[in-house]
Design a protein. Sequence first.
Length: 559
Amino acid sequence: MRPEIGTREPLAFTLFSPEHEGMTTAAPPGPTRAPAGPRHAPVWAAAFAGLAAGIVTVGVGALVAVVAGASTDPLVAVGSAFVDATPTWLKDFAASTFGTADKAVLMIGEVVVLAALAAAAGVLAARRWVWGAAVVVVLGLVAMAAALGRPDASWTAMVPSLAGTVAGLWTLKALVDRLPRGSGPGDAPWGDGRRGPGRSGRCGRARPAPVPAGGGRGDRARARRRRGRAGRGCRGPRRDRGAGHDPAPRARASPRGPVPAGVQVEGVGPWATPPDEFYRIDTALVVPQVDPTTWTLRVHGLVEQEVELTWDELLASDLVEAWVTLCCVSNPVGGDLVGNQKWLGLPVRELLARARPTGDADMVLSRSADGWTASTPLTALTDERDALLAVGMGGAPLPVEHGFPVRLVVPGLYGYVSATKWVTELEVTRFADATAYWTDRGWSPRGPVKTQSRIDVPRDGAQLDAGEVVVAGTAWAQHRGITRVQVQVDRGPWQDATLAESGGIDSWRQWSWRWTVDEPGRHELRVRAFDPDGPQTGAVADVVPDGATGYDFVQVSVG
């Protein structure tokens, strides 16, 4: 919605004559007619007119955004601005409460608020046109400011909202002019306590028209309910995965050995997370559509030689495949914002070796096509780990929602400091000189993944029969590896679980343990994992500022 409309005459209301009717000098004085006022349309009709105008406004804006770019869509622009301005505590609450459905919840909330404002604009316009028009114009200004405020915005970003605003104003005026008015002469206007002729003394006053949480038990319960469907709630429509640009045959090296089978226990997900079930947490309300034929990656900053990489050059490089588990820093203890998959890409260290970072550099600020940034320690991109400019996932090109054509994958770091999707720029710099999207909002600038484990089966609150029960789950310590997992019953001694096959130190590891239970009643199961440095901490910590800690546990009933 956009301003810059011409001035319009206020809606002309018909006024009734204030003189008395039906009075003669011979007749005794009777009741006088109430002073006449404007006749108003029914509130419900005015509200529907406003809703219809709102639909036209949003629809026209969305149609124009098809040409101007998806990020200029008024709904998307306002929603994105809201995401950027949302305080950390609210982001944490949304991530822990709604998980990967947080964007869907935001959009639904935005539509509900817009519908209420559109209905209010219709009611106000029915009373006085300028009041309703003012609501539309203010909303248009908000949408225009949001669109122009995006990192990739040009002056054309305002066009969809401007077009939508003009269309909405025209529609609102046309509909309000055609609304049915009051029931007849002599009816008092809204808010007038006087009676008109023919109304009994019981008629009173006419009523005016109504115009980035974490770690808590509730979070764990919600996370378990979401487990197995991570990422499905927030994805947009499936899009072209880049047909004609399949880079899979160009891999020079693949992970050694067969894909681990995992524990093969019902209720525990597969060792390799299917791409369409892989969690997605980012700030993009509309997935950026990047044309690979025009995509470039610029490496600059504290380097001896700037480097620019094209899509064709990237695909012509010697690419490698690696199994890497990615984890979101907003994942609560026992949560499901974590996934494991095989990635295909160019090691970032090879590209940085061409650029030759200077000795005082210690950070790489990566930038997305939509302006999002992440601060990654330079050492994590130049050591021997499989930090990749990834172009493939699960043996196919990247899905658009996971970063097509190119994204960063860095083992051992939470995604908010490493997993930049739709990446277009690597700026070699220093932590002392630059900050990134989430570090500006209070999160730790480095973000190493913490060793964690969870119980996938039995579920919290499960009713179990006495006898042998299989307890199983998943543990991860990216770039360190899981060496041991233990289970504890009712705060008793810790007992070793059986580890499934290892897929390498950068991927998670599944585990199982057989519990013989014959004592009825409620029992508590806890789990902890070990990396080469020892057991994970049992100290309970929130996700802010650098990831949750604590032991995952479930309570079950036997008998």
